[in-house]
Design a binder for this molecule. Sequence first.
Ligand code: DLL
Length: 435
Amino acid sequence: MAQNYFQKEIETMPLEEMRKLQSEKLVKQVKHVYENVPYYRNLMDEKGVKPEDIKGIDDLHKLPFLQKSDLRDAYPYGLLGTSLDNCVRIHSTSGTTGRRVVAFYTQNDIDLWEDCCARAIVAVGGTKKDVCQVAYGYGLFTGGFGLNGGSQKVGCLTLPMSSGNTERQVQFMNDLGATILCCTPSYAAYIGEYIKEQGIQPEDISLKAGIFGAEPWTEEMRKGIEKSLGIKAYDIYGLTESTGPGVAFECSEQTGMHINEDHFFAEIIDPDTGEVLPEGSKGELVFTSLDKEGFPLLRYRTRDICVLSREKCSCGRTLVKMAKPMGRTDDMLIIRGVNVFPSQIETVLLNEGYEPNYQIVVDRVKNNDTFEVNVEMTAEKFTDKVSEILKMEKSLANAMKTMLGINPTVRLVAPKSIARSEGKAVRVIDKRKLV
Ligand code: DLL
C-alpha cells in the first residue's frame, strides 16, 4: 500500500491548521483580486461586499460566484490576475458558445500545479525510480503538461508520449519499462485491448499503476482496466479553470479523491439556489483558488455534481475527499476526454449555412467513444449526388474538428427527418453508461 506523501506536512495537516492556512490565503487573495481584476471587483461591488468583509474561510459564502459564462464575457484578459508580463503559459478548453476559455499561468502557478500532480503520482506509489508514461494530450489541453511536470518533480523518468499512436505507446512501454501510465480511462482501456490483441499478457509489461481522469468512468471500467493491464487504476480530477489535473487525486484507498485544499477550497452548493450545503450533501462543486496568480478564480461553479467527505482515510491524508463526479448541471459532454458543448456544433452549422437541426449520438464501443452528428440537409443545399453529399459531410466534419479538436462522423440526413420536439430539443443521445 502506498503511504508516501510528496508534501507530508500539507497532506496530513490537521483540519484546524488547514483552515488557518486557507483563511490567511483567502484574505490576501480577495484583496488582490479586488484591486487587480475589475471584472470581479464589479461583481463584488454589485453584491455590496468589500475585501474587509472577508476575514477568513467562514466569510467565503459572502462572495459572488463566477460561472463559465463570466469566462466567456471576460475573454480573453478580463479575469487575468496579474500583468501579462508575469504569465508564462496559457492552456485552454471549450467554452459554452464556441468561444474557448483561456487560462493564464505564472511560473508560481505552474509550480503549485506540478506539486499537485506530483502529490498524485506519489500517492499511487511513484518514486524517482519509476518510469512515467504520459499519454494525455500535450498542447492546449492541460493533461499532458500537468502530469509531465508532476512526474519530473517526483524525479520519475518521464515519457512525454502524448495521446494516440497506440503501437508506439506499447513499444515504448515495453522497451523502456514504463511503470506508471497517465491517460484518459477510455484510452487506458483501449491500450488494454490492444495489448490483448497483440498476444501480450499483463504480466509481460512492467506497469504497476495508472492515473486516469479528465472524463467520467465507472468502477466496472476500473476493474476492467486493472485486469487488462495488470495494474491499480487511480482516478484524478481537475479542470483548466483551476490549473488542470491534480485539483484532486486518489490514494491507496481508492474511495474518492483528496482535494488539494491548501490551493483549492471546495464548496458544495445547491445548483438552483446557490446555497452552501453541509458536508455529505450532493450538489454542485465550487472551487476558490486560494493562491493562483494568473487566473485567480473565486467561487467558480464547476457544474460537476459531487459529494465531499471528511471521513478518516487509511492513507493518513487529512485532505477532504470528493466522490467521483456524478454528472454535470449543464449540457457539456466529454467525448474522448474532450469537452464538447452542443452549442459549439450549432455555431459550426450556422457558420456553414445549415439550419440548427441536428442530433449528436455518442456511444462507447470497445471502450472507445464514438461521436456522430446527424445534420439535416437544407432545401438550398439539397442534392442526391452521393459524391456531393460525401464532400459536404467531410467539409462539415473538418469545420467541427477545427472547433472541437476531435473528429466527428457527420451524416447529412433528409430535410425534416430529425424529429421536432415540442419542448426542449433532444440534441444529444448519449448511449454510454457512465454512472
Ligand atoms: O479534463 C483536466 C484533467 C486532465 C483532469 C487530465 C484529469 C486528468 P478540462 O478539459 O477543463 O480539464 O475538463 C474539466 O472534466 O469539470 C469534469 O466535468 C471532467 N473531469 C475531469 N476529471 C474527471 C474525473 C481536464 N476524474 C472537466 N472524473 C471537469 C469525471 C472528470 N470527470
